[in-house]
Design a protein around this ligand. Structure first.
Ligand SMILES: Cc1ncc(COP(=O)(O)O)c(C=O)c1O
Length: 419
C-alpha cells in the first residue's frame, strides 16, 4: 500500500506559473501514473485502410499514449487528475472518497482503485438506465468492464437513473452521499464528475510540460519539428482545459524552450456528450476557478474560444455507437495494432478523421497531427458483440488446429506428430 508520506512537492511548469493566482496552485501531488507516456508515430500496414487517406494528404499522425498511464485499474487520462485530487484527500485527512459517473465510468474505476491504494474507501454513484431493475433484483449490477474493477476493489456503489442525474445534478448527488457518510462518522472527500475541477486540471497542464520535454528530444534531431494540430476526446472538460491552457501558455510569454519561435498547435476537443458551447463555458469556468489571470480578451470564455476548437462529436449519443464508428475502431486496430474505445478515444478520432479533416482537407495537408489517446479500454467490453460484428470483414478469424492429422484441406493446420 502507498502511504501518505509519498506526497511529492508539486512544481507548476514555468510557462504556466505566472498566469495563475499563486494561492490557487497545488503544492503537492501523488505519483500514481507511469509517466512520461510515450509518443508514437502511427505507421500502419494496410494499403486501403484508414491511414491511406492520411498518406494521400501527406499527414503524419502521432499518438500520445495516455491509455498507458497505468495498469487496468488506473490507466487512462483520469489518473493524471487523481494525482492532484487524491493528494488533496490525503492532506484533508479524509477516510473515504465519493465520486460519480456513467455505469462504465473510467473515472469512477480509476478513483476507486486510487482510493484503495491510499487506504481510503471508495463510494461511487453510477448513472444507469438499469437502476430500478437492479434495485428490484431483476438483474444484478454485473461484472462487465469497469464495473468489474469497481467491485473487485470493494467500492460501495449507489445507482441513479439518467433522469435523476439530470434533474438533481452530479454535485447534489455527490453532496448527498457525503452528507450521509458524515452523519455516520466518516470524513469523505468529494471528487466531481470526471475529476474535472481546478485542482484536477493541473494534471493536464503538467502533461503538456511532459509533451514539451518530449518535443525537445525530437527537435534535437529535427529542429523544425512541431505539431500543427492536437486532437482529443472531451467529456467533462478537464482534460481539454489542461491541454488547451497548457499548450497556449507553453507557446506564450514564458515559452517552453521547445516552443520558442513556434506557433501553438491548434487544439481540437471532440465533444462526446455535450455541445461545443457547453464545453467553452465549462472550460472557461474551470480556468476561472484555477485563478487564471486576465488575458487580453474581453472574457475568459473569449480567450478559451481562441485557444481551442471544440467539435460536436457526440454522434448518436453519449456512449451510443454508430456502425461506422465501430467499423472505424476495428479497422484502426487492424491497421495500427492500437485499440481505441467506443465512448471517447474511438469516437473522437473517428469524428476528427472522417468529418473535421474532410471538411477542409487542405488545411491539414503536410501537417503533423498528435492524437492524445485518453484510454478507456475497459469500456470496450460492454460493446464486445457490436465490435466483433463490425470486424467480420476485416478482422480476426478463428480456426481449429487438426491435432489428429485427419484433414486434407489445404486451409487447415495439421499438427505433425513426432515419431
Ligand atoms: C477514456 C476517456 N477519454 C476521455 C475522457 C474525457 O476527459 P474529460 O472528462 O477530462 O473531458 C474521459 C472521461 O470523461 C475518458 O474516460
Amino acid at each position: 500500500m502507498l502511504r501518505p508520506d509519498t506526497l511529492h512537492r508539486y512544481e507548476p511548469p514555468s510557462f504556466a506559473k505566472n498566469f495563475f493566482d499563486e494561492g490557487a496552485m497545488p503544492t503537492h501531488r501523488l505519483r500514481l501514473a507511469n509517466l512520461p507516456t510515450p509518443v508514437h508515430r502511427v505507421i500502419g500496414g494496410a494499403q486501403d485502410g484508414i491511414l491511406a487517406r492520411l498518406k494521400e494528404l501527406n499527414i503524419k499522425l502521432y499518438i500520445k499514449r495516455d491509455d498507458a498511464t497505468g495498469g487496468a485499474e488506473l490507466g487512462g487520462n483520469k489518473v493524471r487528475k487523481l494525482e492532484m485530487l487524491m493528494c488533496d484527500a490525503i492532506a484533508k485527512r479524509c477516510d473515504s472518497v465519493v465520486t460519480i459517473g456513467g455505469e462504465q465510468s473510467n473515472h469512477c474505476r480509476a478513483t476507486a482503485a486510487a482510493s484503495r491504494m491510499m487506504n481510503l474507501s471508495p463510494h461511487l454513484i453510477l448513472r444507469t438506465r438499469r437502476a430500478d431493475a437492479i434495485e428490484r433484483n431483476d438483474e444484478g449490477m454485473g461484472y462487465t468492464g469497469n464495473v468489474l474493477f469497481d467491485r473487485m476493489v470493494g467500492s460501495t456503489i449507489y445507482t441513479c437513473t439518467p433522469g435523476e442525474y439530470g434533474r438533481l445534478g452530479s454535485n447534489t448527488l455527490v453532496g448527498s452521499v457525503c452528507d450521509h457518510l458524515e452523519s455516520n462518522g466518516f470524513n469523505p472527500n468529494a471528487i466531481p464528475v470526471g475529476g474535472s475541477n481546478a485542482l484536477g486540471t493541473w494534471g493536464y497542464i503538467s502533461a503538456v510540460e511532459e509533451l514539451m520535454h518530449q518535443l525537445e528530444t525530437i527537435q534535437s534531431d529535427d529542429s523544425d519539428f512541431n505539431f500543427g494540430h492536437v486532437v482529443f476526446a472531451t467529456g467533462s472538460g478537464g482534460t481539454a482545459a489542461g491541454i488547451a491552457l497548457g499548450l497556449s501558455l507553453a507557446h506564450g510569454a514564458d515559452a517552453h524552450p521547445a516552443a520558442e519561435g513556434k506557433e501553438a498547435p491548434t487544439c481540437h476537443g471532440i465533444g462526446v456528450c455535450d455541445s461545443p458551447d457547453y464545453f467553452y463555458t465549462t472550460i472557461a469556468s474551470i480556468a476561472d476557478a484555477m485563478g487564471l489571470k486576465k488575458m487580453s480578451h474581453s472574457s475568459t470564455e473569449d480567450f478559451i474560444r481562441s485557444i481551442i476548437k471544440v467539435h460536436h462529436g457526440k454522434g448518436r449519443g453519449y456512449a451510443v455507437s454508430s456502425d461506422e464508428e465501430l467499423r472505424f475502431i476495428s479497422q484502426f486496430a487492424v491497421d495500427t495494432g492500437i485499440c481505441l474505445d467506443p465512448v471517447y478515444s474511438g469516437k473522437a478520432l473517428y469524428h476528427f478523421m472522417t468529418k473535421v479533416l474532410e471538411e477542409e482537407p487542405e488545411k491539414y495537408r503536410g501537417q503533423k497531427i498528435l492524437f492524445w489517446h485518453t484510454g478507456g479500454a475497459l469500456g470496450t467490453y460492454e460493446k464486445g458483440n457490436d465490435l466483433l460484428k463490425s470486424t467480420s470483414s476485416s478482422g480476426s478469424k478463428v480456426k481449429r488446429i487438426d491435432c489428429f492429422g485427419k484433414s486434407d484441406s489445404g486451409d487447415t493446420v495439421v499438427c505433425k506428430q513426432e515419431t
